[in-house]
Design a protein around this ligand. Structure first.
Ligand code: KG4
Ligand code: ZN
Length: 337
């Protein structure tokens, strides 16, 4: 392949998913995701275990992606990898593999910021957002409103001061004795419940920022008080509790997103990250699209939670810019845009 139609091999290992994707001139030909179920037993991701499982998964995932794409490793032009942010031990597995692969086969090495990649996942689909657009990036570790001026020119205009939206889902689920990660389960039960059954306080945070730590504590105290009156309160009301918690989180997220859209005069609005898989959030955004004349971009489910296809698309655009890194590159647990 020549340089204007690059073939990118992409590796994502920032948290608990080992994922390998291949793109051929920006078309995703494989997106292999090896989920790590081991963490379900512990109520959260155990970093030490995550890095060990990445180590076991990475070579089979690479072979599988090459096999699905029917591509020989020699045909690859660039090797893209998540440099950060994420768990250091997990990142190290992907970064080390990418460096070794690029060195052994003399390929270009491309570093990708995981949060930028979540946003750039919107460039996988045919219907792509126009610059500038706003992206609400909501994952297990981040909650950000990002002004996206160009592929790699992004500005965080609002973010959480403490917990992320995904943590609010996961920590609530833990209080409700649901296994990790709780977000998808809260979503599932919420579909059967009344979102107005219980009210939780909406945090009043200045500007375009968020806070979820007080919200989580309010839920904890609410449930503790209810259980004193009725020990079976959670089991009897699980659907209504989940629907009400989800509704409050969506309210919190969208109030600031609407404020940002007005402040910046932007109507192209995207969501990204694991929490963008939430059916209530997706539905509410579609309603806002009609109400406010927004053009809303919601990723396919497979591109919401962590995946290497988003690393491949980010890698593709960096390849076109010839934005490569050397063998001295190292993982970064914290990484700014
Ligand atoms: O982006 P992601 O896969 O990993 C990080 O980079 O953190 O996001 C994972 C987060 C978890 O907190 C998980 O509970 C949440 O996304 N999540 C959901 C749903 N699916 C995943 N939260 C609410 N509703 C969902 N359907
Ligand atoms: Zn993520």
């Amino acid at each position: 392949m020549n340089n204007s139609t690059p073939v990118i091999l992409a590796i994502e290992s920032s948290c608990d998913e080992t994922s390998v994707a291949i793109s051929v001139n920006s078309k995703i030909t494989a997106n292999v995701i090896a989920n790590q179920t081991i963490h379900e037993n512990y109520g959260g991701v155990i970093p030490e275990l995550a890095s060990r499982v990445h180590q076991q998964n990475i070579v089979p995932a690479i072979s599988e992606a090459l096999r699905i794409s029917n591509i020989d490793k020699t045909a690859i032009d660039g090797v893209a990898f998540t440099q950060g942010p994420g768990l250091l031990g997990s990142l190290l597995v992907g970064v080390s593999f990418a460096k070794s692969f690029a060195l052994a086969l003399n390929k270009s090495l491309i570093s990708v910021n995981h949060m930028q990649a979540h946003i750039l996942s919107h460039f996988i689909a045919e219907d792509k957002p126009q610059f500038p657009f706003l992206c609400l990036t909501v994952s297990g570790g981040h909650t950000q409103i990002v002004l996206v001026k160009n592929y790699f020119d992004m500005e965080i205009i609002g973010e959480t001061l403490d917990d992320a939206a995904g943590e609010a889902f996961d920590k609530t689920a833990k209080i409700l004795n649901l296994p990790y990660p709780g977000g998808p389960l809260i979503d599932k039960y919420a579909k059967l419940g009344n979102p107005k059954a219980f009210r939780f306080p909406i945090p009043q945070i200045p500007e375009l920022n968020y806070s979820f730590s007080g919200f989580k504590t309010a839920i904890l105290y609410f449930l503790r008080d209810q259980i004193k009156i009725n020990p079976a309160f959670i089991e009897e009301n699980i659907n209504d509790i989940c629907a009400s918690v989800q509704e409050s989180i969506i309210q919190i997220l969208l109030t600031k997103l609407k404020k940002a859209a007005t402040q910046y005069g932007i109507k192209e609005i995207a969501i990204a990250g694991g929490v963008s898989a939430n059916s209530g959030l997706r539905q509410s955004l579609k309603e806002l699209e009609k109400q406010l004349g927004w053009k809303v971009f919601i990723p396919d489910f497979q591109y919401c939670t962590d995946n290497a296809a988003m690393i491949a698309i980010a890698g593709h655009y960096k390849y076109l810019l010839k934005d490569f890194v050397g063998q001295d590159v190292a993982p970064m647990a914290r990484m700014n845009f």
